[in-house]
Structures are given as C-alpha cells and as structure tokens.
Design a protein around this ligand. Structure first.
Ligand SMILES: NC(=O)c1ccc[n+]([C@@H]2O[C@H](COP(=O)([O-])OP(=O)(O)OC[C@H]3O[C@@H](n4cnc5c(N)ncnc54)[C@H](OP(=O)(O)O)[C@@H]3O)[C@@H](O)[C@H]2O)c1
Length: 424
C-alpha cells in the first residue's frame, strides 16, 4: 500500500467551471456488465475482492451511473465490518464517499422531482456523492461503478482537485444537517460569492424546507420528530452565541465549525492541542481547548461562556458526549431556552432536564430530493468559490484491493486530522 500526498494524476479535459472527462469508457460507449467490487461476507471478517460482480443498473430517471476514480474512507467503513453497523444483508458492499465520472445518464421525465439545476449533469461530468443510503448497495463506493441520485451529487469545480473532495461528502452532509435541522440554523443568509437573487445560490434553510415544502408523511417515522420538532422556531443559535465541538479535529467537526462561523457563531473546539493546535483555526473570537484533562476543559468552557452555552456537538463518542453535556447550560425552568446536544457517534445514556439530545437525521439527504439537492447545490457553490477549507488528504494508490490495509491504519488510530482516499 503506497500513500502519496494529494496531487492529482491523469489528464482531464475541463469545460466551463467544472471538471469533465470526454472519453469516460475508453473506446467503448457502453459500461461493462461485470466489475471489481469488495464484499463483506460476514461481520468481523475482512472485505474480499470479487473480480466478477455485476455492474449496478440505473433504476429511475433520477439516477446516474458513475465510474469511480477515488474513494474517501470514513470511520463507519471499518466499524460496520467489525461491529455490523448499518449492514442490511450479506454479502455487503460498503463505502460511502466517492468521486468519479458520469458514464450513463437517463433523460429525465418532465415531472421528475429532482431540482432542475442538477438535471443538467451530463455524461463526462466529474462528480462526487455521499452515499448515505446504505440499504441500496448499488450506491456503495467500494466498487468500480456506482449509482447515485442526481439530488445527491455535486460537480467538482476546476479549482479543486478531484481527490480533495473524495473525503468530504458524508462529513458535509452530517455537518449541515446537524446545524441546519437539529439546531435550526438558516444558511439562507450565507451567499456563495456568485450569488444573485436565485435561491439556489444561497445556503438552504433546511428547517423551512422540511416544514413547508415536504409532506410530513414523506419523512421516515424514525426521523420525523427530529425534522419537525427538533428545535422550535426562535430557539436557534443567535449571532455571537457559542457552540462547543468536542473532537474538533475530525473532518465532520471541522465542517461544523466552518458552517457555524458562516452563520456568525463563536466556536470552541476541544482537541488534542499538542497535535492539532498549529493547524486548526477558530477565528478571532473562537477558542481552542485541550482535551486531555476533561474536568479542566469543562471548567474552561463554562468560565469562558459564563455558563450560557446552549449548543454542543460531540464527534467522538458516548463518553465525551457526556462531558460535552456537562458544559451546557441546564435551564429547567424555561422550556423556551433549553440547550441542545448533537451526538455524531453516540449520546449520554441519561437525558437531563433542560438539555435536549439530537441524532442527525441523515436519511433525509437521500429520501427527500429537495433536501439533498439543495445541500449538494450549495456545496458545489461553496467549493467553486473557495469558501470551504477541505481536510488534508492522503492518497492510497493500488485500487480497491488496498482498502483493508488502509482501514487497518484507521482502526489503529493512526489517521489523525486527515482523510484517507483510495485511488481506484
Ligand atoms: N451520525 C452520522 O451520520 C455521522 C456522520 C459522520 C460521522 N459520524 C461519526 O462522527 C465521528 C467523526 O467522524 P469523522 O469522519 O469526522 O472522523 P475523522 O475525520 O476520522 O476524525 C476522528 C477524530 O477524532 C479525534 N478524537 C478521537 N478521540 C478523541 C477525544 N477523546 N478527544 C478529542 N478528539 C478525539 C481524533 O483526533 P486525534 O487525531 O487527536 O486522535 C480524530 O482526528 C465518527 O465516530 C463517525 O462515525 C457520524
């Protein structure tokens, strides 16, 4: 397994503001019927290479077929193999983040529900997706060809190397849903630099979309309450308010921090300051706190925020989520000003009065095209305008055969403050 830094290889024909590849399938115009894929046959085993797996097929006019070029690895990729998280059946194809070229694109019907700007994708466009729909293995990343919904893809701007977006899809989706749905932040006030009066160029107001543009029964029962009643109108964070992010060096946390700053919040990142202090920026009014002495970290956060902290995200696990909870204001008297804690990787066992727990309702990204479409359209604009700092990326060369070894380095905690990306 060879690891390179993140410079792009191969020649690309670019047109307009976005990467394109003119010859997507070499001399052939049609995709092959068989491909290489990595299969998990049982929980606790390693992923096994199949050289003869069926290429997935488009099933609706809202889907495209992508020839995968880079795969971004997420912690869930080794956790699902080890613990069986999010595996509907075996053999299972994992992998959530990918970049590649569109090789097949149906003609959408006039009454397609996909937001119109995203229907403009064409064969040859270089796109990336966050495959959050783990039940649909046609969309998984650990294979040479994958399906994606049009509402779940962004084109890759010319100004950004393809490899650098390979590891941000899932992290961005989780971050924007945590901030926009669980905390109710309105990104409609955040314009990309080329913004004009068109809605699409502004950030989404996800709470408004979910409340007003989507029938409640469209939302899956297990996320409906979070989507519609996660936070009441008027409770969202106000400009200048603090947000605490525990595990602030993770990719998702870094995106949460950037989104929080875009809506005017002051950010506290709890991290290993010795490892990450030099690189991480919290802005003029933010604060970096070391994670090693948790009691001391809580005391610092409480003192700096004068006991008024209402918003926290934990990006590590149950036990640090409990510590993050201890930093929050606990106002039992006033229901209208409760505090909110998002656990990306688990929440404290017990709830306490005055603090509400939130899980990120990730499935609205793929189940509600209007939500997914607005998120990916905005992300495309943010990238094009250089408004998002992307995680540092290490590229692993050697194809999907190298994924097991790359995941081992993540299991051992050796990948710190960066993303691993596989070159297919
Ligand atoms: N619910 C969802 O939909 C969703 C979506 C995305 C991610 N997640 C979860 O969110 C978590 C973060 O994901 P990611 O992809 O952003 O992770 P990542 O980029 O791989 O980063 C993990 C980071 O956590 C830091 N960390 C570990 N233990 C810590 C501690 N005790 N205190 C402070 N920092 C600590 C590590 O820092 P060091 O380098 O200093 O060790 C590392 O930088 C994962 O558990 C993932 O499964 C959930």
């Amino acid at each position: 397994m060879a690891i390179l830094n993140s410079t792009e290889t191969g020649t690309l024909a670019s047109s307009g503001d976005f990467h394109r590849e003119e010859r997507t399938l070499g001399s052939s115009a049609v995709p092959p019927s068989r491909q290489k894929a990595l299969l998990l046959h049982e929980k606790g085993q390693r992923y096994e290479l199949s050289n003869d797996y069926a290429v997935p097929e488009i099933q609706s006019d809202e889907e495209v077929l992508i020839k995968v070029q880079y795969i971004g690895l997420n912690p869930i990729d080794w956790k699902s193999a080890d613990y069986g998280f999010g595996i509907p059946s075996f053999p299972y194809i994992a992998g959530r983040d990918l970049v590649g070229t569109i090789v097949q694109c149906p003609h959408p019907s006039p009454n397609s529900s996909v937001p119109s700007p995203l229907r403009q994708v064409r064969v040859g466009d270089v796109v990336f997706t966050a495959s959050t729909d783990y039940r649909d293995q046609r969309k998984s990343a650990f294979q040479h060809f994958a399906i994606a919904s049009c509402s779940n893809i962004s084109r890759v701007p010319k100004s950004v190397p393809r490899v650098n977006v390979a590891g941000i899809g899932v992290a961005f989706v989780a971050a924007v849903l945590a901030m926009g749905v669980c905390f109710g932040c309105d990104f409609g006030t955040v314009a990309t630099r080329q913004a004009n009066s068109e809605d699409d160029e502004m950030g989404p107001n996800l709470r408004q979309i979910l409340h007003h543009d989507v029938q409640p029964e469209v939302l899956s029962a297990d996320v409906r309450d979070e989507c519609l009643h996660g936070i009441e109108e008027g409770q969202e964070p106000k400009k200048g308010e603090w947000i605490l992010i525990w595990g602030g060096s993770s990719t998702t946390a870094q995106i949460v921090a950037q989104l929080a700053k875009m809506v005017g919040l002051r950010v506290i990142l709890v991290v290993d300051v010795g490892k990450h202090g030099e690189k991480l920026s919290v802005g003029d009014k933010g604060l970096l706190v070391d994670c090693h002495d948790e009691d001391r970290a809580v005391a610092i956060v409480k003192s700096v925020t004068k006991g008024t902290l209402r918003f926290a995200v934990d990006a590590v696990g149950k036990s640090t989520a409990q510590v993050a909870q201890n930093c929050l204001r606990q106002n039992e008297e006033d229901d209208r000003s409760i505090s909110h804690l998002v656990g990306l990787s688990g929440l404290p066992k017990e709830t306490v009065p005055g603090i509400k727990h939130h899980n990120v309702p990730v499935k609205v990204f793929h189940e509600v095209p209007k939500v997914g479409g607005r998120i990916m359209r905005w992300l495309e604009g943010l990238l094009k305008d250089g408004m998002l700092t992307l995680p540092e990326t290490d590229v692993v060369v050697g194809g999907i055969e190298c994924i097991n070894k790359a995941l081992d380095t993540m299991r051992r905690g050796e990948v710190s403050g960066k993303r691993l990306v596989i070159k297919v």
